[in-house]
Design a protein around this ligand. Structure first.
Ligand code: FAD
Length: 524
C-alpha cells in the first residue's frame, strides 16, 4: 500500500537534517529544510584558502576511521558515488594517515622523538612516586590505555546495543579518571601522563562510556577522507535533496503545536518573519541551539533537563598555509601526514593527508579540545594567529630544511590562516557526555514530543562523528533491504505503521506574520 505524503519540516541543514531529508523524500514525503546559516553541512567544514591562481581551495583534516561503527557513513558515500552528481561534487575517498613515522611528542619544551606507542613515563621524565615506579615507568601510553579499556571493550563484543547498555549500567556513572584511579587503582601521576599523551586536558573527566567509544575509533588502523575536503559530503547530499527544498539564512525562532497535532515553525527570512505548518517536524539541531529557541513548547522535566545539561566539549582548530611543506622536510624522519602532540596551547599539530610530497605550499592545522580549546576564546583572531605561530616557531624554527638547506622560520613561511572556535558557534563543539549522562539524559533527549522529533550527533551512541549524526536515523536506504529499512525508520521515527496509519494533508501551508519590514510570502 502506498503512503500518502506527509509534509515534514526539518530544522538544521547539517548531515543529520540532510540525511533525514533524503530518506523521507525518497519515501515520497514533502520535506523542507530550514538552515540558520548561509551554507549546508553544519559542523562538517573545511578551511578555505586562496591558491596561486586566486582560486579557493579546501584543506581540512576531517577523517573517517574504517571501524564497524562507521559503516552507515561508508554506505551513504557509496550511494552518493552511484548517484548522478556534477564533477565538482564527486565524493571520492582517499587514504587518510592518522599517524606517520615522523610524528613526535613535544613535552616540557623538549622533543624526545617518540610517539604514543613508544612514550613511557621514564622516556619523558614524567614524575611518578617511587612506590609505583616499577609498575608503570616503562609502560608506554599505548600499552596502558589498552590495559585500561580491554575489559570494557569485551562488553561490546557481541550485540553492540546490549553491550553498550551493560557498559552504561556498570560504568557510565564514573568518569574515566575515577575508573582508572578507584577501580584499577592507578596513581594520579600515571593518569595525568596517559591523558597528556593520548588525549587532551581534562578529557578523562568525561564518562567511561565516552572514552571507550573514542578508543574504538582512534585505535582503528585504516582511515579515509574525502578528496577536496569533507564538505563535498553535505554538498552532494544537498544536491540530491534539491536546493529548492532548502531555505538558507533561516533561523527557526518559534515552534508551536496546533490543536490538530500539526506543528507550526516560525523563522526569520531576511527581513520577514514567516510561519509554516507541517504534519511533522524534525529538530536536527544541537541542544545548545534548541534551548535558545525562545518560543517553543515546554516539554517534560526529563527532556528539559537533558536539553539543558547534555555536555558538549569545545573544539578549536586553525589551518595555517605555508610557502613550503617544511614539516615534511625536517628531522631524521619527516612527518608525512598524521599528527604530533605537544603540551603547548596548540596541543596537536595535524598534517592533512592531501598533497603529501608536493613541492609547493601546504596547510597544517593546530587542533585542541575541551579545556585546551576554551583557552583560545578570549583572544582576538590576530592574537590567536600570533600564538599559533609562536608555538610552531618554538617547535620548528632553527631546523634545517633537508631539501634546500634553508633554516626554517615559520614567520617567513606563513601565507595565511583560517580558524574556527566551535565554542562560539551554534553547536558549541561536539557532544561528549559527563558521567551518568548516557544513563540519565540519553533516552529522554531522543524521545519524540507529539509530532516533533529530534535528531543529531548528540542523540547517538557515537558522539563526535558524522556517522553518529546519521545513526539516529539509521535506515541504510542504499542496501537491498531499502524498503524494510524505510518501514523501520518510519515506525521508529514517526511512530506510525505504513500499512495502516496513513498520513494526512499532502501540502505545506504558509501563513503570514508581520516582519520588521513588511511580510513576504514564499511558496515552498
Ligand atoms: C572541529 C570538528 C572536527 C570534527 N572532525 C570530525 C571528523 O574528523 N570525522 C567525523 O566523522 N566527524 C567529525 N566531527 C563531528 C561531525 O562534524 C558532527 O558530528 C556532525 O557534523 C554533526 O552533525 P549534526 O547534523 O548532528 O549537527 P550540525 O552539523 O551542528 O548541524 C546542525 C545545523 O543546524 C543549524 N541550526 C542551528 N540552530 C538552528 C535554528 N534555530 N534554525 C535553523 N537551523 C539551525 C546549524 O547552523 C547547523 O547547520 C567534527 C566536528 C568538529 C566541530
Amino acid at each position: 500500500m502506498s503512503l500518502r505524503p506527509l509534509s515534514i519540516g526539518i530544522i538544521g541543514g547539517g548531515v543529520a537534517g540532510l540525511y533525514a531529508g533524503l530518506l523521507l523524500r525518497r519515501a515520497g514525503h514533502l520535506v523542507h529544510i530550514y538552515e540558520a546559516s548561509d551554507r549546508v553541512g553544519g559542523r562538517v567544514h573545511t578551511h578555505y584558502f586562496n591558491d596561486e591562481e586566486n582560486q579557493y581551495f579546501e584543506a581540512g583534516a576531517m577523517r573517517i576511521p574504517h571501524s564497524p561503527h562507521q559503516s552507515i557513513l561508508f554506505d551513504l558515500i557509496k550511494y552518493l558515488q552511484c548517484s548522478r552528481l556534477p564533477s565538482n561534487m564527486q565524493v571520492d575517498l582517499i587514504p587518510y594517515h592518522l599517524t606517520s613515522p615522523g610524528n613526535f611528542l613535544y613535552v616540557n619544551r623538549v622533543t624526545p622523538n617518540l610517539d604514543a606507542s613508544s612514550t613511557t613515563p621514564r622516556s619523558i621524565n614524567w614524575p611518578i612516586s617511587e612506590a609505583e615506579s616499577a609498575r608503570f615507568q616503562d609502560s608506554s601510553a599505548e600499552e596502558l590505555m589498552l590495559e585500561a579499556v580491554s575489559p570494557l571493550l569485551k562488553k561490546l563484543d557481541g550485540n553492540f546495543i546490549d553491550g553498550f547498555d551493560e557498559l552504561c549500567r556498570e560504568f557510565d556513572n564514573y568518569s574515566f579518571r575515577f575508573y582508572l584511579n578507584s577501580i584499577l587503582g592507578w596513581p594520579t601521576d600515571v593518569i595525568d601522563f596517559l591523558e597528556m599523551v593520548t588525549s587532551q586536558t581534562n578529557q578523562f573527566s568525561l564518562s567511561v562510556t565516552e572514552i571507550v567509544m573514542e578508543y574504538i575509533d582512534f585505535s582503528t588502523k585504516e582511515w579515509s577522507t574525502i578528496a577536496h575536503g569533507m564538505s563535498r559530503l553535505p554538498l552532494a547530499m544537498a544536491h540530491l535533496f534539491g536546493h529548492k527544498n532548502i531555505t538558507l539564512n533561516s533561523r527557526v525562532t518559534g515552534i508551536r503545536n496546533q490543536v490538530d497535532g500539526r506543528v507550526t515553525l516560525s523563522f526569520s527570512n531576511q527581513h520577514d518573519l514567516v510561519e509554516t505548518t507541517f504534519d511533522k517536524v524534525i529538530m536536527a539541531i544541537p541542544p545548545s541551539a534548541l534551548k535558545m529557541i525562545a518560543n517553543r513548547p515546554t516539554w517534560c522535566r526529563h527532556k528539559e533537563l537533558a536539553i539543558r545539561s547534555m555536555h558538549f566539549e569545545s573544539l578549536y582548530k586553525m589551518g595555517l598555509r605555508f610557502k613550503t611543506r617544511f614539516w615534511e622536510r625536517v628531522g631524521q624522519i619527516p612527518c608525512r601526514g598524521g599528527q604530533s602532540t605537544t603540551d603547548l596551547p596548540i596541543r596537536w599539530i595535524v598534517y592533512p593527508s592531501n598533497g603529501i610530497g608536493d613541492d609547493g605550499p601546504g596547510v597544517l592545522l593546530v587542533y585542541s579540545w575541551m579545556t585546551d580549546a576554551d583557552a583560545w576564546l578570549p583572544l582576538t583572531p590576530a592574537e590567536r594567529r600570533e600564538l599559533a605561530l609562536a608555538n610552531l616557531a618554538e617547535v620548528y624554527n632553527g631546523q634545517i630544511d633537508t631539501k634546500d638547506g634553508s633554516i626554517i622560520n615559520v614567520y617567513d613561511l606563513i601565507l595565511e590562516t583560517s580558524d574556527a572556535a566551535w565554542s562560539a558557534r551554534n553547536s558549541t563543539g561536539d557532544a561528549k557526555f559527563l558521567p551518568g549522562q548516557f544513563l540519565s539524559r540519553f533516552e529522554a533527549a531522543r524521545r519524540p514530543e507529539g509530532n516533533i522529533y529530534f535528531a543529531g550527533e548528540h542523540l547517538s551512541r557515537h558522539h563526535t562523528w558524522i556517522a553518529g549524526a546519521l545513526e539516529v536515523l539509521a535506515g541504510g536506504f542504499v542496501s537491498d533491504k531499502a524498503s524494510a529499512d524505510l518501514t523501520f525508520l518510519l515506525r521508529q521515527l514517526f511512530g506510525f505503521d505504513p500499512e495502516n496509519d496513513l498520513a494526512v494533508r499532502p501540502s505545506v501551508e504558509l501563513t503570514r506574520m508581520p516582519g520588521p519590514q513588511g511580510t513576504k510570502v514564499r511558496r515552498i
